[in-house]
Design a protein around this ligand. Structure first.
Ligand code: AHR
Length: 516
């Protein structure tokens, strides 16, 4: 008897210990009463360059096309972007911006000169999608335009006149030209980029040279009437911390509002990128580890910015980010068309969680790119469209937009394959204006469901609702034949008990849990 009860007690103690350890292993404490920083909705921005079938065929087919369109814009794509409520759209590049001459893209389309898109496939650009077409599109989809001007092959005068054309209300040569082209009112654009990747495709400049150029261009980028420009200087690539240092030191702070940063997640190396759809678990983790590296980049570039701008007035604008894999076999290598799997969904979730975390400095971000290019949210063929796993993550994350960032503490188990190792869970927490707490969780483990104990501090939780994006495998993706392999769905595998919540986070999934 005695021995049995001793055994029983030992077993009970062991069971308790196992429970304790497993709870301690995957545990999230959310401090719902401690938020200070707003997560700008502009972190959820997008980017549409004249590249491949992004603008032409993706967004714009022209009013005479057989593809269902409204004033030349594809109806299916337009509706998907309206549904996603995208806060801003960057245009016309990218590298294209620094060889784009805006006057070629106004007036009667039949009279617009053609040019070669030297960066992207060497194709002929007919300029049928220009300033008016872009601004009208932004209006139709309810987004804020973000235009990048040409520093690399343009002139101060050219950029200055473009701004006058777009924003000046009075009588002037450019405002009159705009009116003759059918637009009476100025568009009052706010976001303006002064060049793109000036260290590379935008002119191969040194940081010292670009800083001087920026000062000249920004001087003549005028504020007209009620339109105060938010000027964004072309920032660093990856870990070029010297670029950030030189710009912050040499550009007077009052002359800029944002400084950009570009970072792409690559599997393999830049010269030898791996496939978008065929990868093993080690490569999968390699990709996600590289995506998570942006945390360090933001911290280190941010530390330099803090030195000159401790108030954090100047936004870090991550206006190009996302995955860059091999193009789909058989497609034009210059068009950067790649498929988008559940791995991309995790890259999006991790990146957006990190941007939220740094919301005090990261004021805007733009995924590269919108349709048919790199980590696209939409893929099209001649007549049809699919939403990618990345689209669904952006859809899932809507509650974080303009919410207050909440501090949290996460303890997560690890997942490892080959040489790669990461925490299996990746989280962001925020509070909406109506008091709802939003918890986004990525479980990157390909095959293991994780039981997560959530402690909710500072909120009397009564209702929980959740949605998730998941797929049968990490390399699953949507095709024109099977459009819903990866999709968003309701999620119910959680249990609320006073101030604690238990969530069974499915393997290979991204969740948005909302607690009120
Ligand atoms: O997004 C594709 C290209 O990547 C952009 O044109 C350029 O800015 C970057 O190098």
């Amino acid at each position: 008897m005695k021995t049995r009860s001793l055994k029983g007690m030992i077993l009970l103690a062991a069971a308790l210990l196992v429970t304790f350890v497993s709870n301690a292993q995957n545990r999230l404490i959310v401090n719902a009463d401690q938020g200070k920083t707003t997560i700008s909705r502009h972190i959820y921005g997008h980017f549409a360059e004249h590249l491949g079938r992004n603008i032409y065929g993706g967004i714009w087919v022209g009013p005479n096309s057989d593809i269902p369109n409204e004033d030349g814009y594809r109806k299916d794509v337009m509706q998907a972007l309206i549904d996603l409520e995208i806060p801003n759209l960057r245009w016309p590049g990218g590298c294209f911006a620094d060889e784009y001459h805006w006057t070629d893209g106004i007036g009667d389309p039949a009279d617009r000169p053609k040019m070669i898109n030297t960066h992207w496939g060497g194709v002929t650009e007919d300029n049928s999608f220009g300033t008016h077409e872009f601004m009208n599109f932004a209006k139709k989809i309810g987004t804020e335009p973000y235009i990048t001007g040409n520093v690399g092959s343009g002139s101060v005068e050219e950029m200055s006149k473009w701004i006058e054309y777009i924003n000046f209300d009075g009588v002037s040569p450019m405002a009159d030209l705009r009116r003759r082209n059918g637009q009476e009112e100025p568009w009052n654009i706010k976001y303006w980029g002064v060049g793109n990747e000036s260290w590379g495709c935008g002119g191969n400049m040194t940081p010292e040279y670009y800083a001087n150029e920026y000062r000249r261009y920004a001087t003549y980028a005028r504020d007209y009437g009620g339109a105060k420009l938010y000027k964004i200087a072309g920032g660093a690539n990856n870990w070029d911390y010297n670029w950030t240092e030189v710009l912050m030191k040499n550009i007077p702070l009052w002359m800029m509002d944002g400084l950009s940063l570009h970072y792409y997640t690559i599997a393999g190396s830049w010269e030898n990128k791996k496939s978008a759809t065929q990868f093993d678990k080690e490569t999968y983790l390699e990709t996600l580890r590289k995506a998570a590296f942006i945390d360090e980049l933001i911290t280190r570039h941010g530390t330099i910015m803090d030195k000159y701008d401790p108030e954090k007035r100047i936004g870090m604008i991550i206006d190009e980010w996302g995955t860059w894999f091999q193009v789909e076999p058989g497609t034009n290598p210059g068009f950067l068309y790649q498929q988008n799997t559940m791995r991309d969904a995790h890259v999006a979730a991790i990146s957006l969680n990190i941007f939220n975390k740094h919301a005090d400095r990261v004021h805007m971000a733009n995924l590269a790119q919108t349709v048919n290019v790199l980590q696209a949210i939409i893929l099209t063929n001649e007549t049809d469209m699919i939403l990618t796993p990345t689209y669904h993550v952006f859809d899932l994350y809507k509650p974080h937009k303009d919410a207050t960032l909440l501090p949290h503490h996460l303890v997560s188990e690890e997942v490892s394959f080959g040489k790669e190792k990461m925490e299996a869970l990746n989280v962001s927490t925020s509070k909406s204006d109506d008091g709802t707490v939003n918890i986004s969780i990525a479980n990157i483990h390909p095959d293991k469901k994780i039981d997560l104990d959530v402690v909710l501090r500072g909120i009397e939780a009564k209702n929980v609702s959740a949605e998730f994006v998941t797929a049968p495998a990490i390399d699953a993706y949507n095709t024109f034949e099977k459009k819903d392999v990866v999709k968003k769905a309701a999620f119910r595998d959680f249990k609320l008990n006073k101030d604690s919540l238990k969530i069974s986070v499915p393997a290979n999934s991204v969740l948005m849990v909302r607690v009120k």
